[in-house]
Design a protein around this ligand. Structure first.
Ligand code: PHE
Length: 449
């Protein structure tokens, strides 16, 4: 079967769809909880440095690989550098994406649970302590958690079976601006709460004592998670880009918007956390504890809650669609099977991972890997190992192996745009900074430092 690649209709379409993929639970759920666990300001500073020195250059390098060949990772490497072993990195990407999408779908299930209880009018009207208990009772209920996770995956694969263009682009284009506006409203609301300045101090006062190595690792992993790096997602995405799109501008726009959304999520969450005397280091449940309290402050709270969870649902599904697309595109390109077959295989594997993760707060809570339950294990291994490893391979491949003129041609569209500084910066980061930084992290894991 010939694999037809569909170009995005306009530059905006391509950028919006990629932003749709990048912005998701990573920004709104994971970033605040990680910042909370790692002491706030210093973590955010390291996060921003990671975006600048690693995120943007690696994003551009994924774009170079995808757009120059219009293929996903394995085919692209075969075309660009025949015989190169770098093509095997595709397997790490596919495996990483399957694992990440598996546990991520569980959080999408939580979003559906909260949407459902908002719609049915049961979400609000409790005390802050009760919200914490409500969340714990919910994740401790295996049937409910699995049910919502499966429902989410069903919707995800339903959209995918209708094709990339229709599925991803339409949803991303319409929903993202609304989510952005809503975040701004909630930020203003949080800033008006009593003692909101304590939350802002937590977010923006830099104190390295609270950070440590763990914080640095988490910030790096989170920057890859949020920008969707290292699992070949952006290679697959950019393989659909048109040849005249400006990759430098697109990478900067996408990274900036994605980072802005994460920071807004922080400003929405932390002033409220401090104002209501919650612990900032509550972990994965953080936003689910505090959001109902935030909605309650607003007139017509239930309507805000419904709106927010609907938009969060759409932000999440655009991310899982692109995570799933990694494996689908790989199976089609590699085994020349039909799209429907590739979807069926991907769906089956992801469902297995998702169900195991959904049960890790109840039936399977005794299973511990590296001292974590299955969900927390995947939430660690996905970003902090698979994505960083993928990022390392991408950086080395584009920085050291790929011919300079391929990079130049892609970044400048064959000399149409000036790129001397950007190109030099990107190549420097890919050659030296990213490999050194990521190798240091792996040395830390194995206890060498
Ligand atoms: N970046 C997405 C988020 O922040 C998650 C994601 C990772 C999506 C990798 C695609 C690929 O939610």
């Amino acid at each position: 079967m010939k694999n037809k690649r569909i170009g995005f209709a306009t530059r905006m379409g391509a950028v919006a769809a990629t932003v749709g993929s990048a912005v998701g639970l990573g920004n709104i759920w994971r970033f605040p909880y990680q910042a909370g666990e790692n002491g706030g300001g210093a973590y955010i500073l390291v996060y921003l440095i990671c975006v600048l020195l690693l995120g943007v250059p690696i994003m551009m390098s994924e774009f170079v690989i995808g757009r120059s060949t219009h293929k996903s990772m394995k085919g692209a490497v075969e075309q660009l550098t025949p015989g190169s072993p770098f093509k095997y990195f595709a397997y790490i990407g596919v495996l990483g994406a399957l694992l990440i999408c598996g546990y991520y779908s569980v959080v999408c299930g939580w979003v559906i649970e909260y949407l459902w209880s908002s719609v049915s009018g049961n979400l609000l009207g409790h005390t802050t302590e009760q919200y914490s208990q409500i969340f714990n009772t919910f994740v401790g209920n295996p049937d409910r958690c699995v049910l919502w996770t499966l429902l989410f995956l069903l919707l995800n694969f339903l959209v995918l079976s209708r094709g990339v263009e229709k599925g991803i682009e339409r949803i991303a284009n319409v929903m993202m601006p609304f989510l952005f506006l809503l975040l701004i409203v909630f930020c203003v609301n949080s800033l008006l709460l009593p003692d909101s300045d304590e939350g802002m101090e937590f977010l923006f006062d830099i104190d390295f004592d609270d950070l440590g190595w763990k914080g640095v690792v988490d910030a790096m992993g989170q920057s890859f998670m949020s920008l969707s790096l290292g699992v070949t997602c952006l290679i697959t995405f950019s393989s659909y880009f048109k040849d005249d799109s400006n990759l430098m501008k697109d990478a900067v726009t996408i990274s900036s918007l994605d980072t802005l959304v994460a920071i807004l999520a922080g400003i929405m969450i932390f002033p409220a956390v401090f104002s209501f005397e919650l612990e900032p280091n509550a972990g994965p449940k953080l936003i689910f504890e505090i959001l109902p309290t935030i909605f309650q402050q607003l007139p017509g709270g239930t309507i805000w809650a419904v709106l927010f969870f609907v938009l969060l649902f759409f932000a999440s599904i655009t991310s899982t669609i692109s995570l799933s697309e990694i494996s689908i595109a790989f199976l089609i390109d590699e085994y020349k099977i039909s799209r429907m077959k590739a979807i069926a295989i991907t769906a089956t594997l992801m469902t297995i991972v998702a169900v195991l993760s959904a049960l890790s707060f109840s039936t399977l809570s005794d299973i511990q890997l590296l001292g974590r339950n299955i969900f927390d294990f995947l939430d660690f291994v996905g970003p902090n190992i698979f994505m960083l490893l993928g990022g390392l391979v991408t950086a080395v491949y584009v920085g050291w192996v790929l011919k300079k003129d391929v990079i130049h041609n892609q970044l400048t569209n064959g000399g149409k745009h000036k790129a001397s500084f950007v190109q030099a910066y990107v190549v420097f980061c890919l050659r030296y900074i990213a490999p050194v930084a990521i190798v240091i992290i792996f040395l830390y894991y194995i206890g060498v430092i």
